[in-house]
Design a protein around this ligand. Structure first.
Ligand code: RP5
Length: 160
């Protein structure tokens, strides 16, 4: 069966961050494919990925990019499949560049923009799971269990 979630990123260098999204999807038993798709270096790949995504059965796209981070927004321009954007932390500007590039979409083409870095990647996976869980009760139960396990792992008292 086709993976319902596409994780795409602008570069191999984004993978250590985006791998966090893949790990959470694995924990939730959610199928995903992973591809490097760069808005600048492989624009034709971006175009065909966006053009074919819905027909291929992709239901949510998680897109991570850093710097002049045009990938999530351009993907949202090419497909109406929901795009969740992850701003990658950058050395020069700490990821604020990525965040601003992704979040300030013009009216009509939304990108659901997460926090900068690994927390954003994890939350992108949880957001994608939440979207799919609207019409999948078994997944909703797994997502609730995941959240409960996280709550249960938080100690009441800090240790030295
Ligand atoms: C972006 O440029 C990528 O998403 C990456 O975050 C950034 C730097 O890419 P590399 O030069 O490390 O390949 O397109």
């Amino acid at each position: 069966m086709m993976a319902p979630i596409g994780i795409i990123m602008g570069s191999q260098s984004d993978w250590p961050t985006m791998r966090e999204a893949a790990r959470v999807l694995d924990e939730l038993g959610l199928g995903h494919e992973v591809r490097i798709v760069s808005a600048h270096r492989t624009p034709d790949r971006l175009w065909s990925y966006g053009k074919e995504a819905r027909a291929r059965g992709i239901k949510v796209i998680i897109a991570g990019a850093g710097g002049a981070a045009h990938l999530p927004g351009m993907m949202a321009s090419k497909t109406s499949v929901p795009v969740v954007g992850v701003p990658i932390e950058t050395r020069a500007l700490g990821g604020l560049d990525s965040l601003y590039s992704i979040v300030q979409m013009p009216r009509g083409f939304p990108v659901a923009t997460m926090a900068i870095g690994a927390a954003g990647a994890v939350n992108a996976a949880l957001m994608a799971a939440g979207i799919l869980a609207v019409s999948d009760d078994a997944l909703a139960q797994r997502l609730d269990a995941w959240r409960e396990a996280l709550s249960a792992s938080v100690p009441e008292v800090p240790v030295d």
